[in-house]
Design a protein around this ligand. Structure first.
Ligand SMILES: O=CC(=O)O
Length: 373
């Protein structure tokens, strides 16, 4: 059991002057039992752990590994009777888990911006509050998306492989040619904070046009992000007008198409045969949102038949994607192991935000970032 330091210090302060041998005073016991019980499903980065340990508010137990997720059976045992749960995106928080936890559970704090691993309806019905970690990861995700886009469009993985394995003959005029951002049209599917941050970073590459599609115009978002909401639902970002188009138009016109939406029943496998069939043969598809928005068989088909030029994926179904998966056989498909937010700064900021959300929720105070269920 990882009891927090503050609580232990307090207990020591109480126990030491009284020279208590063999057990706690009833006051110390009362103090201990007034702490909320929390289970943490992963060894989270140090900033978050420090906040929990020093809070004086919780006694927590932790799955002490970052390499292997907590086995489901163990998780179902460990959550019994807890007041709060701090989890990551590998844990399914569903009816079974909530039943196992029981009625004390009042806060779930996920160290992720995505929340498709949470059964929101169940949580809402039980009055359980949910914290998540948007914003702190926007820069890291946008940065990685740009890196993945350039890696895919300029065929960097193929190029380093050729250089290392003897494929590098003489300088050739069309060898390893790719597609450039200058004068291109970039399409963003789901224009939230991350989509805007990607557009801001791509603008200096002399992109000609930005376009986007979204389920609904969201004028309130313009205030939160560094954008204006112009006429006809167009955003203005880095002096560029980002035009709202239908999904059909987005797929037809984009030279680069970046998926930046949440995975919901509406977006599940929205990138399917029909979607890819409308894209240009020279276009590059990038997904740093969730693997579930893509029908991977249809993507394989589109890539292997030359329906689209390339794909860069940071997310897949399942994760990890088995090394025998057909997508790994394609030169024009770059696959990363879900690392978009993986910078030290961002992962620490996510763990700190997740810890603070949890503590605030347990105190019945507004969380810093809370999902409105
Ligand atoms: O994918 C990462 C996240 O949801 O934070």
């Amino acid at each position: 059991m990882w009891s927090c330091h503050m609580a232990l210090r307090r207990l020591q302060r109480i126990a030491a002057p009284l020279n208590i041998a063999g057990g706690l005073t009833s006051k110390a016991q009362r103090e201990m039992s007034s702490l909320s019980r929390v289970y943490v499903t992963r060894q989270i980065p140090p900033e978050g752990l420090k906040i929990l340990k020093e809070s004086g508010q919780v006694q927590f137990e932790l799955w002490d590994s970052d390499d292997v997720p907590v086995p489901r059976k163990e998780l179902l045992q460990k959550v019994k009777g807890v007041d709060g749960l701090l989890c990551v995106l590998t844990e399914k928080i569903d009816k079974e888990l909530l039943d196992a936890a029981g009625p004390n559970l009042k806060v779930i704090s996920t160290m992720s911006v995505g929340f498709d691993h949470l059964s929101l309806e169940e949580l809402k019905n039980r009055g359980i509050r949910v914290g998540y970690t948007p914003e702190v990861l926007t820069d890291a995700v946008a940065e990685l998306t740009v890196a993945l886009l350039l890696t895919t469009s300029r065929r960097l993985i193929e190029a380093t492989h050729e250089a290392k394995t003897g494929g590098w003959g003489t300088w050739r005029t069309l060898w390893l040619c790719g597609y450039e951002l200058a004068n291109s049209t970039v399409g963003i599917f789901g224009l939230g904070r991350i989509g805007v941050a990607i557009a801001e970073r791509l603008a200096p590459f002399k992109v000609k046009k930005f376009i986007y599609t979204d389920v609904a115009p969201r004028p309130e978002l313009a205030k939160q992000i560094n954008a204006e909401y112009g006429e006809e639902n167009h955003f203005i970002v880095a002096q560029f007008v980002i035009r709202l188009l239908s999904m059909d138009e987005l797929t037809k016109r984009s030279d680069f198409l970046a998926m930046c939406c949440a995975l919901t029943p509406e977006t599940k496998e929205i990138c399917n045969k029909n979607f890819f069939s409308k894209m240009k043969k020279t276009s590059i598809f990038i997904n740093t949102s969730r693997g579930g928005v893509v029908n991977q068989d249809d993507l394989y088909e589109a890539l292997s038949t030359g329906q689209i030029a390339g794909a860069g994926l940071d997310v897949t179904v399942p994760e990890p994607l088995p090394t025998s998966h057909p997508l790994f056989t394609l030169k024009n498909c770059v696959i990363l192991p879900h690392i978009a937010s993986a910078s030290y700064t961002t992962r620490n900021a996510m763990s700190a935000l997740a810890a603070n959300n949890l503590l605030l929720g347990l105190r019945d105070e507004p969380m810093i970032k809370e999902l409105q269920l």
